[in-house]
Design a protein around this ligand. Structure first.
Ligand SMILES: *Cc1c(COP(=O)(O)O)cnc(C)c1O
Length: 348
């Protein structure tokens, strides 16, 4: 049975009581256009980037808010999703005391961030169909469990997680359920953003690194209740998203036509690759994928990985991950790159 949600019970005590650093740009928030700015020890000479960026990234959040239909007060931006995930650990998990739950095979950064923050990582394997197992998860949970990470579509398996199962976890788990939606643009399945209003313990994380084609600028997006966003805002570094990233993100997000074009290209390439990979004799299985990569099972992943490297193609060897024996993860490339890969696979 779930108790009433109490954010203060979940937060680390030091974070509950924190008085955040107030930057120059936090204190004076009026228009900067006609003002003489002598408050932040910046250089007065215009280099294009001599001013600190907006610590709250209002203009960029406005664009994201318009695209996603989520209010600005429910959005926090970070230096990639990796910073957002790290902030969640630092807000909720007392080192050496609290724990988090992860569901391997999944994105490796949850475990690394748990380690960095000295937080116990309780791993509960997905089922053979790569779905969360509620009884096992409930067994792993205790009253020091603060975060549960669910990646959907999941990396490296490519599938989305059953909505009914996630809803059950959201209702029963008294900590925060983090839905990592790095690959959400590649699936027809609904984003959990639609359910933010229904679950106070839901956090959704997205990124511009995959479908949006901007991995190089490092922009991660966290959506949650205003109360949770408020806490994360208090602990993030004041200028965590830089000016160049903000400008480039706004430009990229506004070009929805080019975005859709690339998305359909990836989707149609993926479909073709699925068929062609199926015909390669040493490929035993091509897993269904709702992301921009295909997980394949081969006869000998280490051998095939090395052979591909020798021919100039780098894929991700997932052999050694639980439930992923002899698998390789292959990102969908340009049509030319995909064609080359198939040619090479046919000759080795
Ligand atoms: C690629 C990926 C990310 C993206 O991380 P960034 O730091 O935003 O580049 C996040 N989660 C998963 C599951 C990923 O595969």
């Amino acid at each position: 049975m779930s108790k009433a949600f109490d954010l203060n019970r979940l937060l680390r005590p030091s974070i509950s009581n924190l008085k955040p650093y107030s930057s120059a740009r936090d204190e004076y928030t009026g228009s900067v256009n006609d003002m003489i700015l002598l408050d932040a020890n910046e250089s007065p000479f215009d280099t294009g980037v001599n001013r600190y960026p907006d610590p709250r990234q209002r203009q960029l959040k406005e664009v994201i808010s318009g695209l996603k239909g989520v209010s600005r007060g429910n959005i926090l931006l970070g230096n990639g999703s990796d910073e957002v995930l790290d902030l969640l650990f630092r807000a909720f998990c007392e080192p050496g005391v609290d724990n988090c739950i992860t569901l391997p095979p999944t994105y490796g950064m949850y475990k690394v961030l748990a380690g960095i923050n000295n937080v116990e990582n309780r791993e509960v394997l997905l089922s053979n169909g790569f779905q969360p197992e509620v009884p096992g998860i409930e067994k792993a949970i205790d009253d020091r469990s603060k975060l549960l990470f669910v990646c959907s579509p999941n990396n490296p398996t490519g599938n989305t997680m059953d909505a009914g199962t996630i809803r059950t976890l959201l209702k029963r788990f008294e900590g925060i359920v983090v839905m990592d939606e790095a690959y959400i643009d590649f699936t027809e399945t609904n984003s959990w953003l639609n359910e933010l209003g229904d679950f106070e313990n839901l956090v959704v994380v997205q990124t511009l690194s995959k479908a949006h084609g901007m991995a190089g600028i490092r922009l991660g997006i966290c959506y949650a209740s205003a109360a949770i966003i408020d806490v994360l805002n208090r602990i993030k570094a004041p200028y965590n998203v830089n000016e160049l990233t903000i400008a480039r993100a706004i430009e990229g997000l506004r070009d929805t036509g080019y975005f859709q074009e690339r998305l359909s290209m990836i989707n149609s390439e993926k479909k073709q690759m699925q068929e062609k990979l199926d015909e390669i004799e040493f490929i035993e299985e091509v897993f269904p994928s709702e992301a921009n990569f295909l997980l394949i099972r081969v006869d000998d992943a280490n051998l095939r990985y090395d052979q591909l490297i020798e021919k100039g193609v780098v894929v991700r060897n997932r052999h050694g991950q639980p439930l992923c024996e002899n698998t390789l993860r292959i990102t969908i490339g340009t049509p030319e790159e995909n064609y080359r890969l198939i040619q090479i696979l046919q000759t080795i």
